[in-house]
Design a protein around this ligand. Structure first.
Ligand SMILES: [Zn+2]
Length: 375
């Protein structure tokens, strides 16, 4: 019976406001069994029934199953190169409340960590034992609660465990990996069997999501696609390798193409070049075309190798493809194996946009805490 309760809880989380009838159909349970199950989850303050929605169809109206108003919550946080944010998220993924602040944390992680610690404490005072865990996404490589390297922030080997609360689970995730999970659970890739998400910010990252689960790798370091050798072998990447793809599609690539010095803040620089290109600046447009070609070639290589249903792009990747659709499209198709060209996997903008990492982080922490709620 607890197996059924867990399945129903998972269903209400994955598809908030699913009707009682539809949930019963999916779980293969009759009306009586469903009534018992919903009563149990309601008594445990996990699931509640919403107002009857008219279906316009004959038969008894059915009620949507939603998060209990006194139910469990998780904290989902994200740090970007210019701000931090903490959302309190209920079952089903809705944000109940959010706090955020700008930071100039460039090279100064202590200030950001201290501000977020205070915010977490305040939220704990407000929501008490309803908070079940805390997840955080950061713009860099992550291992064992450490942020190994965040080039966009100039943070290196920062112990993020200072943000782990004493009262619940904690998970630290790379922002591109989190965005990939968000897109697979609540975005464009919901129906995908195997989805590839790529995100360009300070570097190029991403993840493969297989049936709604991140393909993490042995140490959780999978997804560093920006360090595949699709770039110029004469260029040495900050990671130490040569010819990394990321160095061919990011702000440093645009600077090289425009004959400018390596920018200290590549994302800011890339954003500025993209803005100029969108205004019709010819050198900027030509540089964006070259970068779009490099992006298309690499995406084709990954499609050949991984066989995804679709590819979603996040961060600056969307702007690059939007500004140079022809350069990207031609290079993508040319890089595909011939048999794939008639019906290539679509490459589309990630629908969650800047919220992607946060949505995915909430999913990561819910995955950890959901099974424990019924014990
Ligand atoms: Zn590299």
């Amino acid at each position: 019976v607890s197996g059924r309760a867990e399945l129903l809880l998972g269903l209400v989380h994955a598809e908030p406001a699913i009707t009682r009838t539809e949930a019963g159909r999916r779980l293969g349970l009759g009306t009586g069994a469903m009534t018992d199950l919903v009563s149990r989850l309601a008594a445990a303050e996990l699931v509640s029934e919403g107002l009857v929605t008219p279906t316009g169809q004959p038969g008894r109206p059915t009620r949507p199953l939603i998060a209990h108003p006194a139910g469990p919550l998780v904290l989902a946080g994200s740090i970007t190169r210019e701000s931090w944010r903490l959302d309190v998220v209920e079952l089903g993924g809705r944000t109940v409340t959010a706090v955020s602040d700008a930071h100039d944390g460039y090279g100064r992680p202590d200030c950001v960590i201290s501000e977020m610690r205070h915010a977490i404490r305040r939220l704990r005072r407000r929501f008490g034992n309803r908070l079940a865990g805390c997840g955080l996404s950061v713009p860099g490589t992550v291992r064992d609660g450490h942020l190994l390297d965040a080039s966009g922030l100039a943070w290196r080997d920062v112990d993020m465990c200072a943000l782990a609360p004493a009262w619940g689970s904690f998970v630290l995730e790379n922002d591109a990996t989190a965005a990939a999970l968000g897109e697979a659970r609540r975005g464009e890739a919901r129906a995908a069997t195997l989805a590839l998400h790529l995100r360009i910010e300070g570097g190029l990252g991403g993840a493969v999501v297989d049936h709604g689960r991140i393909v993490g790798g042995a140490q959780g370091l999978s997804g560093e696609f920006g360090h595949l050798p699709f770039g110029d072998p004469q260029v040495t990447c900050p990671c130490g390798a040569r010819g990394c793809w990321g160095t061919a599609v990011d702000g440093t690539a645009l600077a090289r193409l425009l004959g400018a010095r390596t920018p200290r803040r590549p994302v800011t620089y890339a954003t500025e070049v993209l803005r100029r290109a969108s205004m019709g600046d010819q050198p900027a447009r030509a540089a964006v075309d070259v970068v779009a070609e490099g992006l298309g070639r690499g995406v084709a290589g990954l499609v050949n190798g991984l066989d995804p249903d679709l590819v979603t792009l996040g961060g600056l990747g969307i702007d690059i493809v939007t500004l140079a659709p022809r350069a990207f499209g031609a290079s993508y198709r040319a890089g595909l194996m011939r048999f794939r060209r008639a019906d290539p996997p679509p490459v589309m903008a990630a629908s969650l946009g800047v919220d992607g990492p946060l949505v995915g982080t909430a999913e990561r922490i819910w995955d950890l805490v959901l099974p424990g709620l019924l014990r």
